[in-house]
Design a protein around this ligand. Structure first.
Ligand SMILES: Cc1cc2nc3c(=O)[nH]c(=O)nc-3n(C[C@H](O)[C@H](O)[C@H](O)COP(=O)(O)OP(=O)(O)OC[C@H]3O[C@@H](n4cnc5c(N)ncnc54)[C@H](O)[C@@H]3O)c2cc1C
Length: 338
């Protein structure tokens, strides 16, 4: 199996790394940390200037035709630097990828270039108070009224709803069909009349939102994919997030590098720690191997990354990261005599 990155991919990774060194400053992290928004408009504009928003899309839609491997490299570097990518995730990973996969040609031309140039951001409205893990129980209704859908209902835990220009919303368009057969996806302008957004603060300081829709009128051309057939599309949307472009780099580097680094620092103070560090080394190696294997799997799947194989590969990568974390923690604890 070929694990090596190409020369172009290494150059790209280095470019992202230098960008982060210059632009992901302590001040930026302080601001986004304080407001829990995971979004910073000026930083987002810089990503757009570089052409990195939607860079995997065809040039005709404002992208650069980059590969999934490059997306992974981008995410690794951004995650390692702690860059605020909240709106990027909503706009590119969830919604943009969905528009590419099942949007009409008109919708692709209308939205993707404006997402890519940073003009439009999206949030993804799926979860409801009684439809979390069991998303198919969602009750937000979209009733047809001539050339419009009229949307009523409530979503909860929605990242970025307070800043996004548009939302992709999972709605029920057929209340009498079996629950997986009456769901549709619609693109909805967040400045429409009848929308209320309230904050919910997570224990980790991240802002999510509850969103209420009261008789919100949405033109029918905003339907994304086929009416009542949204369930299978929605599962693909969820797979875009799981297919490895979220925080693999973060996990790898945090679990491996940070803990190994911590052990090195502590060695100065504690006798025999370097020997303990050796104990964690196999787990560290396992993380690196799994990370490379994951990237290689993604390379093979470039055309269709949202698959079960990519999901399984990501799960293995996360599992290896967790094992390294545990091994490193135990090694440190042993060295400290605990
Ligand atoms: C920071 C953050 C950001 C989010 N952003 C978004 C967003 O942008 N858009 C969006 O739509 N949603 C978002 N969510 C919502 C997230 O997707 C939901 O939290 C998730 O779907 C789980 O739903 P729930 O919280 O209602 O938990 P529940 O479904 O109520 O689950 C609670 C617990 O019960 C367990 N459980 C559930 N069902 C079963 C079962 N059948 N058997 C055994 N155990 C079970 C679960 O594993 C979990 O531990 C966000 C959540 C968080 C925390």
């Amino acid at each position: 199996m070929d694990f090596a990155l190409t020369r172009e991919q290494v150059a790209f990774r280095d470019a992202v790394r230098s960008f982060c060194a210059e632009h992901v400053t302590d001040e930026l992290r302080r601001i986004t940390g304080t407001f829990g928004d995971e979004h910073h408009p000026a930083f987002y504009a810089k990503l757009a200037e570089r052409g990195w928003i939607g860079m995997q899309w065809p040039r005709a839609y404002g992208g650069q035709g980059k590969s999934h491997t490059e997306m992974v490299l981008f995410y690794e570097e951004m995650a390692l630097a702690g860059a605020p990518l909240g709106r990027y995730n909503g706009s590119v990973v969830f919604v943009g990828s969905s528009i590419i996969e099942f949007g009409s040609e008109e919708q692709k031309k209308k939205y993707l270039p404006r997402i890519a140039n940073g003009e439009l951001t999206f949030c993804w409205c799926l979860s409801e108070p009684n439809a979390g893990s069991d998303s198919a129980s969602l009750r937000t209704m979209a009733r047809e009224d001539d050339e419009h859908f009229v949307v009523n209902g409530q979503k909860v835990f929605i990242s970025g709803a307070h800043v996004a220009d548009y939302a992709m919303v999972a709605v029920r368009t057929n209340p009498t069909a079996p629950k997986r057969e009456g769901i549709s996806l619609i693109l909805l302008d967040m400045s429409s009349a009848g929308i209320t957004v309230n904050p919910i603060w997570t224990i980790g300081g991240w802002r999510v939102n509850e969103v209420f829709f009261e008789n919100v009128r949405v033109p029918k051309e905003q339907l994304l994919g086929e009416k009542d057939k949204g369930w299978s599309n929605l599962l693909k949307t969820l797979n875009f997030e799981r297919s490895g472009i979220s925080t693999v780099g973060n996990l790898m580097r945090f679990y491996a590098d940070e803990y190994i680094g911590m052990m090195r620092t502590v060695t100065v103070h504690v006798k025999d720690l370097s020997a303990r560090g050796e104990e964690a080394a196999p787990a560290y190696d396992a993380v690196q191997q799994t990370s490379l294997k994951h990237i290689s799997t993604l390379k093979k799947l470039e055309a269709r990354p949202a698959t079960k194989e990519a999901k399984a590969s990501l799960a293995q990568a996360i599992d290896a990261g967790q094992k390294a974390h545990d091994a490193a923690s135990q090694a440190i604890a042993k060295s400290l005599g605990r």
